[in-house]
Structures are given as C-alpha cells and as structure tokens.
Design a protein. Sequence first.
Length: 281
Amino acid sequence: MAYKILKKEEIAPSIHKMVIEAPDVAKAAKAGQFIILRLNEFGERIPLTIFDFEKEKGTISVIFQEMGKTTKQLTKLSAGESLEDFVGPLGTPADIRNLGNVILVGGGVGVAPIYPLAKAYTKAGNRVISIIGARSKDLLILEDQMRKVSSKLFIATDDGSKGHHGFVTDIMKKILDSGEKVARIVIIGPPIMMKVGAGVASPYDVEILVSLNSIMVDGTGMCGGCRVTIDGKTKFTCVDGPEFNARKVDFVELIDRLATYRGEETKAAEKYEEECRCGLH
Ligand SMILES: Cc1cc2nc3c(=O)[nH]c(=O)nc-3n(C[C@H](O)[C@H](O)[C@H](O)COP(=O)(O)OP(=O)(O)OC[C@H]3O[C@@H](n4cnc5c(N)ncnc54)[C@H](O)[C@@H]3O)c2cc1C
Ligand code: FES
C-alpha cells in the first residue's frame, strides 16, 4: 500500500511539515506516539513523531528537519507523490492526566513533539506552561499553534533575536524558583538539551520526563537498536518509551550510541548530494 502525501510545506529553513493519508494510523494515534516511514523499497526506515492526526480525514502530520540522506530525500517529494511504508502508531502513548500545572519545554525541532502533548494536557484540564526555543527566530517553529494550546507561552532564542536571550531551561528554572507548584515537566529536544534540562530541574520536587530519540530500525522491540539504560536496566525506546523518567536516563550512553553510525551517515549524505549535483535525483 502506498501512502499519499497530501500537503508539504517548509515551515522554517530546512524544517518541513507533511500531511500524509494514512487512515488506519490516524484512527489509532495518540499523543506521544511516532511512525516509521520508508520512502521506497531500498530506503532506510526513519522514525518521526506524530505531530498531529485527524481521525475523520484519515491524515497524519509530521514535521522533520533535514539531517542526512533520508530526510533530504523526503524533502524532494511533493504533494501527490507517495511513501512506500508508513508504520504506526508506534511507542507507548504519553501518560496524559489532570495533574495541575505542567511545564512543556521544546527545543529546535523538538517543539514538534511538544505540540500534541500541549494539546492533550490542555484537553485533560491541566494548566500548560509551554517554553519553546531555537537558535534564532528564523528557526523557531509553531509559535502560533503552541499559543493556542497553552495557558502561557514563553520563547527563548540562543542569539536573543526573539524572546529571552538564552536557553529554554533558564525560563524553566525561573518558574521553578518562583515557588509555583509544578506537577510535571516534559523536555524534548536534542539529547544534550534534555540532559542539561533534567539536571537543572532535578533538585526541585517535580516529575521530569523526556522523550528519547534513539536510533531505531524495526520499531517493534525486535532488533535492539534503540536500547537505552533506564535506572540501570535495559529498555527499548520503541516499545517501553519514547517517554522516560529523566532522572533515571543514562544520557551519556544515549549520546554515545547516537554517534555510532556517524561516519556511514556522513558518507551516505555526501554521496547523495554528489548524485543530486550530477542530476541523478
Ligand atoms: C521516536 C523518535 C521520534 C523522532 N521524531 C522526529 C521528528 O518528529 N522530527 C525530526 O525531524 N526528527 C525526529 N526524529 C529523528 C529522526 O528520526 C532522524 O533525524 C532521522 O532518522 C535522520 O535520518 P537521515 O537519514 O536524514 O539522517 P542520518 O544522516 O542518517 O542521521 C542523522 C542523525 O539522525 C539520527 N538517526 C539516524 N538514523 C536514525 C534512525 N533510524 N532512527 C532514529 N534516529 C536516527 C542519528 O542521531 C544521526 O546521527 C525522531 C527520532 C525518534 C527515535
Ligand atoms: S527499534 Fe528495534 S528494538 Fe526498538
């Protein structure tokens, strides 16, 4: 079965949104889950978070950043074209309950997985304080959408071109220091940001969750590729996660394992770009 791309747009430099026709996935999707797609029969399988889903229309939206070969290839596809595989929803849905005050922190393309959580936590009756950030204002995504699903929205940019000049975690710390009672914090972004964020929030009496982006292959707990260590025990991000208690995550191992194939990934991206220059794609 082919999965038709209904819409595609660049929402920030090198960051794209795609709406895909996938009625069975849309019917079962819940906040916090992801899909694994494959462009064609020779393609690599890559996981992307379900950014939004519309059960009635049978559509799933994803937001992806151009990183290496597969995401660059994905960028070249247009509305009307199709994907060979689109498997999901995968992973354990986020644990959404009415907890009171919840802080959601998203960095870079990590704002995309924060959006469905903000929507779901708000629907469950929580007061959602969202903090989103990027390196600069051009790279900041989903500001308007996030405002609609949050009680309060804060913005941070590394270069100070919009909102707070500094990191999203600075704002998070300020809120925690104000003495406001917060039941849960969810941090999603580059692994180093999640590690630092978890460290900053650790001394406070608050539950801290992160959504891990381990390298995945099958997405069903069979290959072991997404192995992570949580509280000294081996877990598979694709079935046991992607959401975990940040205080228990071995971030050093996660960051190390993400770099395992860097040499091969760089070669594949360079070869692909060379072929593009030669007009082969
Ligand atoms: C549960 C989950 C949800 C994700 N959601 C999003 C999302 O919503 N938007 C988004 O832009 N990115 C998301 N990612 C990351 C995305 O899967 C990678 O950026 C993508 O696989 C890169 O593939 P590539 O061929 O373009 O780049 P490559 O050059 O192959 O890789 C670039 C980097 O991406 C990571 N990566 C590579 N292959 C995989 C793989 N099979 N599985 C996981 N990570 C990989 C590695 O850190 C690698 O160094 C998610 C990852 C996971 C595990
Ligand atoms: S991706 Fe294979 S076990 Fe998780």
